[in-house]
Design a protein around this ligand. Structure first.
Ligand code: SF4
Length: 377
C-alpha cells in the first residue's frame, strides 16, 4: 500500500478561506481567477490577478502548492486573451493548471509553457485509454471522473501509472461528472462557462408519469459525497491526491473538513494498513453535513438512493425556476418562407413511435431516424 506522496487538496474562493485551509493542514490549494474559470456566479469569490500572485507567495513560503482552475470551455474569440492569461500564470510560478478545454494543451505547447497541466474532472476521464491519450499529450495528473468505482480507479492506476487526484468530499452533480447543459437550456447560463444556476437543486412536478403525483419533489437533488471512511482503500487503489470540493464555501467550514481529512491521511501515512477512520470524526462529519452523504459510485453504479427526494437538507440557493414561454403558432416558420436555392436541402426527422412515422410519411421528409430507445416503437 505504501504511497509516500499523498496530498490533501483544498479549495478556496476567497483569501480568508485560503488562509484557513492552509492553516488547517492542506498540502495544496486550488482556486480560480476572476477570468476563464468555473464558479463565476458569485461576484465576491475568486482571486484578482494581484491576489493570485500573493497566493503563490503565501503558499510557497509554507512549502505548499497552488493549482489554478482554468477549466471552462472557450471560444475562438477568447484564445488571445486566454493565451495572455496562461503566460501570466506561468510567470507567477503556479504549480499547475486545472484544465478542461483541449485547446489549452495546444496553447501550452505553442507558448512554450512549463507549468504542469492537470485534467479537470470536467473532462470526464474514466478509462485507461482516455487517460493514456491525455498523458501522451502532456497531462501530468488526472482528476478522474467522480462516477468511477474503486476497482475502476485501481485499474486505471495499474494501466497508466499516472498521478491520480480524486474527489473525497463535497457536492455532486446529478449529470455524469458535470457534463450537463441543463442550466444552459433553461436559463442560457452554462455550466461549462462557470455560471450554472443549479436547476438540479429545484423541485419539479412530473406530468404524464403514472404514480408520480402532483407534489413538487427534488427529483434531481444528488446527495453529497463523503469518502472519509474509504481513504485507505482509495490510497491502495492508487489515488495520490484527495480533493475537497467547495470553492464557494466559507473558510471555517472548509477548515473543519481539512482538519478531519488531514488527521485521517496522516494516520494512513504513518500507520499504513493499521490506520482506521476515527468514529468521533465520522460523527462530526455527519453532524455538520450540508446534505445527506453518499459514496456515489465507489461500490457500484448509482441508483435512486443517491438522490434525496425530500430535499430537506437542500441549502438555500438564490435561483428559482423560470416560467418558459410556450411556443405559439407565430414562432414556427412557414415552409413557404424557407428560401429554396440551388442546393437541395435534406430534411431528417427522428421519430419516437409508429404513429409519428405514419403521420409524417407524406410531409416531404427525406429521411427518418427511428428512436430505438422508445420501447413502444
Ligand atoms: S445543473 Fe446541476 S447537474 Fe447540471 S452542471 Fe449544474 S449543478 Fe451540475
Amino acid at each position: 500500500m505504501k504511497n509516500t506522496h499523498i496530498e490533501l487538496l483544498a479549495p478556496a474562493g476567497k483569501w480568508e478561506a485560503l488562509e484557513k485551509v492552509a492553516t488547517a493542514g492542506a498540502d495544496a490549494v486550488y482556486l480560480g481567477g476572476k477570468r476563464f474559470n468555473m464558479r463565476l456566479l458569485r461576484s465576491g469569490f475568486n482571486f484578482s490577478d494581484q491576489e493570485l500572485g500573493d497566493a503563490v507567495d503565501y503558499l510557497h513560503e509554507q512549502d505548499k502548492r497552488l493549482y489554478i482552475t482554468v477549466n471552462n470551455l472557450y471560444y475562438d474569440e477568447e484564445i488571445e486573451e486566454l493565451s495572455d492569461y496562461l503566460l501570466f500564470l506561468e510567470e507567477l510560478g503556479v504549480d499547475a493548471l486545472i484544465i478542461q478545454d483541449s485547446a489549452i494543451i495546444k496553447l501550452h505547447q505553442q507558448l512554450g509553457l512549463t507549468v504542469p497541466l492537470h485534467a479537470s474532472v470536467q473532462m470526464g476521464l474514466g478509462s485507461s485509454e482516455a487517460v493514456k491519450f491525455f498523458a501522451g499529450h502532456g497531462i501530468s495528473r488526472v482528476i478522474l471522473s467522480k462516477n468511477l468505482s474503486l476497482q475502476e480507479i485501481a485499474q486505471i492506476h495499474q494501466e497508466t501509472g499516472i498521478d491520480i487526484e480524486y474527489f473525497a468530499h463535497g457536492d455532486l452533480c446529478i449529470s455524469h461528472t458535470g457534463q450537463c447543459v441543463m442550466s444552459n437550456i433553461i436559463a442560457s447560463e452554462s455550466g461549462n462557462r462557470g455560471v450554472c444556476i443549479k436547476p438540479c437543486r429545484w423541485q419539479y412536478t412530473l406530468e404524464g408519469v403514472d404514480g408520480a403525483g402532483n407534489e413538487a419533489t427534488y427529483y434531481l437533488a444528488h446527495k453529497d459525497l463523503c469518502l472519509y471512511s474509504h481513504l485507505k482503500a482509495l490510497v491502495t487503489a492508487g489515488v495520490s491526491s484527495f480533493k475537497i470540493e467547495g470553492r464557494m464555501r466559507e473558510g471555517d467550514f472548509l477548515a473543519f473538513l481539512v482538519k478531519i481529512y488531514r488527521k485521517a491521511l496522516d494516520d494512513i501515512i504513518a500507520n499504513q494498513e493499521d490506520a482506521r477512520p476515527d468514529p468521533e470524526d465520522e460523527k462530526k462529519l455527519q453532524e455538520n453535513r450540508v446534505r445527506n452523504f453518499t459514496t456515489a459510485n465507489l461500490f457500484g453504479r448509482t441508483r435512486i438512493n443517491v438522490v434525496d427526494l425530500s430535499g430537506e437538507r437542500e441549502p438555500f440557493f438564490p435561483t428559482r425556476a423560470r416560467p418558459l414561454k410556450r411556443l405559439q403558432a407565430d414562432d414556427y416558420i412557414e415552409s413557404s418562407d424557407i428560401k429554396k436555392d440551388a442546393t437541395p436541402i435534406e430534411f431528417t426527422v427522428k421519430v419516437a413511435n409508429q404513429d409519428m412515422l405514419t403521420s409524417l410519411k407524406d410531409a416531404g421528409i427525406n429521411r427518418f431516424i427511428l428512436g430505438y430507445e422508445y420501447p413502444e416503437l
